[in-house]
Ligand binder design. Structure first.
Ligand code: SAM
Length: 293
């Protein structure tokens, strides 16, 4: 696989403009990362997973901020994907950054939770695991093929109680109200560029994503109970998709609940109370903000 990273010229210029002191760090962070995974506690404890990995001769390190997260010492995950641990749903291959939104949302038993844009389901199954399978989770996905992946992953991960629906979240019936909503929005993916992959990011894509993100945010806020919270996340570091989306939510009457970044996260400058993760050798670029109705 090629080690050459192709960053579209418009994106390079935009990142330099938006992060004058950090753009070089961002560009250095567009690398191939080691395999990371989450122990699926609906099926196995983190200690069982650690023992099984040891038994396979796989070296790993653990994260101080999440006992279920594992960082392997390799970038090739083929043997892991072929292992019983994987096929039995005891682990889920997931980037470290994408484990953050469910951790911050922290679903509890009995809470009604909506995952608005859910496929392939890494975060839905993590939400189920974090609540011990006892949160009342609805997972919504518009795309038919991706919905199939979501259903498959829910079954394999033992998150059978999740109510999965193939639907456009923008058309969800306003009759329902949720305690917590995860909006892991469709985005340009500007935080996840990697060598050997041709980045398909264009100014038009960023604009379209920003428009969709605002529409989903408005809908999500409308589906919250009074006092309920919505965790907004993207795997982009662009301000149009992140801080402008949050400013829009605030203009719609939401309040920002400040997030306390977890120890050890590589951070970029971010509006007060929000978290922007800088891409580096272990983390993808990511954005998180918690909004309250
Ligand atoms: N949260 C997922 C996970 O961790 O596995 C990843 C979600 S991905 C960033 C965004 C998803 O939103 C895509 O699967 C896309 O098809 C879906 N999507 C986009 N617009 C939607 C809409 N209006 N309603 C429901 N799903 C939508």
């Amino acid at each position: 696989m090629s080690d050459i990273i192709e960053i579209p010229a418009f994106l390079r210029e935009l990142l330099i403009k938006e992060y004058p002191n950090d753009s070089a760090r961002i560009f250095r962070g567009f690398v191939r990362r080691p395999v990371t995974l989450r122990a699926n506690t609906l099926k196995a404890t983190a200690e069982e997973v650690a023992l099984a990995l040891n038994g396979m001769g796989v070296s790993f390190s653990r994260m101080p901020w999440y006992e279920d997260a594992f960082l392997l010492d390799r970038t090739d995950g083929r043997d892991i994907a072929g292992s019983p641990l994987f096929s039995e749903g005891k682990i889920y291959l997931q980037s470290l950054s994408s484990m953050l939104p469910p951790l911050f949302l922290a679903p509890k038993a009995g809470e009604s939770v909506l995952d608005m844009t859910a496929a392939p389901g890494g975060k839905t199954t993590q939400l189920a695991a974090l609540s011990g399978g006892r949160a009342l989770i609805t997972a919504c996905e518009k795309d038919r093929v991706r919905f199939g992946r979501l259903k498959f992953n829910l079954a394999r991960q033992g998150a059978a109680k999740v109510n999965a629906m193939q639907a456009d979240a923008l058309k969800l019936d306003g009759f329902f109200r949720f305690d917590k909503i995860l909006l892991d929005a469709p985005c340009s993916g500007s935080g996840t560029l990697a060598p050997g992959e041709r980045a398909k990011i264009s100014p038009e894509l960023v604009k379209n994503c920003a428009r969709t993100q605002k529409a989903l945010l408005k809908k999500g806020l409308g589906l919250l109970k009074d006092g309920g919270v919505l965790l907004y996340s993207t795997c982009s570091v662009l301000k149009e998709e992140n801080e402008e989306a949050v400013a829009f939510a605030l203009s719609e009457g939401a309040a920002l609940l400040p997030l306390k970044p977890l120890a050890g996260l590589p951070l970029l400058p971010s509006p007060a109370g929000t978290v922007t993760v800088c891409p580096d050798e272990t983390f993808e670029g990511f954005f998180l903000a918690m909004l309250q109705k």
